[in-house]
Design a protein. Structure first.
Length: 130
């Protein structure tokens, strides 16, 4: 399954990569807290438990993957490309065709939390609002 959330902030790929440093994640999301990290893998806690979170730079932004997640949950933040090239696109995928209503709501809340976190941080000078 896949989910999308559009964040009405105009930024660049480079700015996204700087903003999405492991040390900044808890400033952008109340659903994640950093336990420790190295260059591309962090140990995090969150709404679904403790996981290794891998960060990869991809064209247009950053991909995060929960390595031990039985749902193979990954989420990306990109800009400059469709479907909304002038916004940040948050795209989340899992390896299931169907999920419970509760899990769907948790995913939607997780994504909304990121959107709100970006919007709050923008007020403090990260990126610029359209």
């Amino acid at each position: 399954m896949e989910f999308f959330k559009y964040i009405n902030i105009q930024t660049t790929e480079d700015q996204l990569r700087k903003i999405l440093d492991f040390e900044n994640l808890s400033l952008l999301s109340t659903n994640i807290f950093l336990m420790n990290s190295n260059s591309n893998i962090a140990q995090i806690g969150g709404i679904w438990g403790d996981f290794s979170l891998q960060k990869d730079f991809i064209r247009g932004g950053v991909r995060f993957s929960l390595l031990e997640c039985p749902n193979a949950l990954s989420f990306t933040f990109t800009t400059g490309y469709p479907p909304e090239p002038k916004q940040i696109v948050l795209h989340l995928t899992i390896n299931r065709k169907t999920i419970s209503k509760e899990f769907t709501e948790e995913i939607e809340d997780f994504m909304l939390d990121w959107k709100e976190g970006f919007e709050k941080r923008t007020m403090l000078g990260i990126g610029s609002v359209n």
